[in-house]
Design a protein around this ligand. Structure first.
Ligand SMILES: [Zn+2]
Length: 442
């Protein structure tokens, strides 16, 4: 890539590129110009001036992590909801999204997004109520976003009482909110709005078909929760006599623009359908395991389905999540094999996620010409020494808090482990206050 000047260059780094052609480069330089990766190699070309040089000896640089399924507002139920049920939206006795005011949502979204950013997620796919204000709050942090409004026509206020009642008014209101969000952000370089068909049990058959038609007409990608719970599977069987995957297929949603979160309760024929359609599976191993379940991700991977990783409502640490993905798959495989190695979960956390969002040609790996979303880890720490296989070390013993620097689109958003655009202590203090108020009203 020809460039007149580098904005910043990191030298003497170890690069974990996620590029299968050259996965690990040692003592390498990576230089950024105009928000893109302009140079990767040994040293730097002498004729190109460079505004800032960072000696990255002892540091490991990776692509930014692509965390495609989160609900940052749900930080409000942290430490409690995980021990009560499989998902906060279905769990009684805790604060609900419907009770959160826009101002509270803004504060909670900043907390959740900041946690993910500081631990190396450069793109987050956040979905929930109040996405108008939460998208603004997260965009202020400078991250890349694929936000979506929670779209459903079920009356969520009755779901926790065991009643699934569908309302056209709720459906059109949530769908319109999702479309308004897309219109509001359509020209923003870092934001790509999606439609979120919440789940097959919370969206009626006709409503799913409507979402599919609008997705095609407006060229919007779709995310959903698929086979998330036995409750969902049972409801859908009672309503349609089919699996959730079959219902999505018949509604016209099962295609390569769909990201299906969880995929716990999917049959082998369902997995074949996902593979044929090119649908992307969003693997959420920590959330699933915390509620006592595992997706058959070893079978999903073997079928050739592209897999992305996501933290969902759990701790927003993609490094820890790679470890959960690797360990839980090995439990399912009854041992260590060539299908589940550190490079596979690293791929899911980077390039697999980028492909799921439709941005695999621009994001997800350290390659010249791609957008400059990257993370630098300080490997000069006891638990990250030695560096015989830095990728193995990162996946097995690394942590999000080893992140020293995060760059999105060429801008440094975390440096020295601290955010550059916001005051971390203030974000945490405001969120604590909001959560105390919400929990007082439960
Ligand atoms: Zn979710």
């Amino acid at each position: 890539m020809e460039t007149q000047q580098f904005d910043i260059a990191f030298t003497h780094a170890t690069l974990l590129t996620a590029d299968p052609a050259r996965p690990i480069l040692r003592d390498a330089s990576i230089a950024i110009a105009d928000g893109k990766i302009a140079w990767i190699g040994r040293g730097l070309p002498e004729h190109v001036p460079c505004k800032r040089r960072v000696d990255a000896s002892g540091k490991v640089i990776t692509p930014g992590f692509v965390n495609v399924h989160s609900h940052s507002i749900l930080t409000m139920v942290r430490g409690v909801a995980a021990d009560l049920g499989f998902a906060p939206s279905y769990t009684p006795g805790i604060p609900k999204g419907t009770q959160v005011t826009p101002d509270q949502a803004r504060v909670l979204a900043r907390l959740g997004a900041l946690e993910m950013l500081m631990f190396g997620s450069t793109l987050i796919g956040d979905n929930f109520v109040c996405a108008d204000v939460t998208t603004e709050a997260m965009a202020e942090l400078g991250m890349r976003l694929t936000p979506s409004w929670r779209i459903h026509d079920v009356d969520f206020s009755k779901v926790t009482e065991g009643k699934w009642e569908y309302s056209a008014a709720i459906g059109s209101a949530t769908l319109q909110a999702g479309l308004d969000l897309a219109e509001r952000w359509k020209n923003h370089p870092l934001v790509s709005v999606q439609l979120a068909a919440h789940a097959v049990d919370t969206c009626s058959d006709g409503f799913l078909r409507e979402i599919a038609a609008i997705s095609r007409a407006c060229d919007l990608r779709v995310n959903t929760h698929l086979g998330q719970s036995k409750v969902e599977v049972t409801r859908v069987q009672e309503r349609t006599g089919k699996t959730s995957t079959e219902v999505l297929d018949e509604a016209g949603l099962l295609n390569d623009r769909l990201m299906a979160g969880h995929c716990i309760y999917v049959t082998d024929p369902d997995i074949e359908r996902l593979a044929r359609a090119g649908t992307h599976a969003v693997h959420i191993p920590k959330c699933n395991a915390t509620s006592g379940r595992l997706a058959p991700v070893h079978r999903i991977k073997r079928a050739g389905v592209n897999i992305a990783l996501a933290t969902d409502t759990q701790h927003g640490d993609m490094v820890e999540l790679m470890r959960w993905a690797l360990m839980t798959a090995r439990v399912q495989e009854n041992g260590v094999n060539d299908d589940w190695q550190p490079r596979h979960v690293f791929h899911m956390a980077t390039l697999g996620g980028a492909r799921a969002t439709g941005m695999g040609d621009r994001l997800g790996s350290l390659e010249t010409g791609k957008l400059a979303d990257l993370v630098m880890f300080d490997f000069r720490r006891p638990h990250l020494t030695p560096h015989a296989n830095p990728l193995g070390t990162l996946v097995h013993t690394g942590q999000g808090r080893d992140v020293e620097l995060v760059m999105v689109n060429g801008e440094i958003l975390v440096e020295g482990g601290q955010p550059t655009r916001v005051d971390m202590a203030e974000v945490c203090a405001q969120a604590e206050e909001v959560c105390q108020a919400l929990w007082r009203n439960v």
